[in-house]
Design a protein around this ligand. Sequence first.
Ligand code: CO
Length: 133
Amino acid sequence: MDISCIEHIGIAVNSISESLPYYEKILGLKCYNIEEVADQKVKTAFFQIGQTKIELLEPTSEDSTIAKFIEKRGEGVHHIAFAVADVAGALAEAESKGVRLIDKAPRKGAEGLNIAFLHPKSTGSVLTELCCK
Ligand code: CO
């Protein structure tokens, strides 16, 4: 699998507006985009740090996977996303090596990226996203 960088780190938060002051006023980062991803029932906020982003994920519904994550584990790091040249190819390679997949095929994520998740059961409990532009 040809990973070029950590594209983003996803962090589950109860409220983007309540979380923003830490990232902007303490860390001095600038939120450059807030976007709702309706089919994932989340609102996302992005900060760019070098070639990597922080993606805050706020649930927009109680049955959002982010709402369930926060209910179980509290706010915090939710997933790590690696940039790959070809998500479908990387998925096929992972599956051929016995990795359990959450997504059998790439789908559209925030910022128009093609994304797919590997199952934490196969990744040392780190929810892992593969993505590309
Ligand atoms: Co992500």
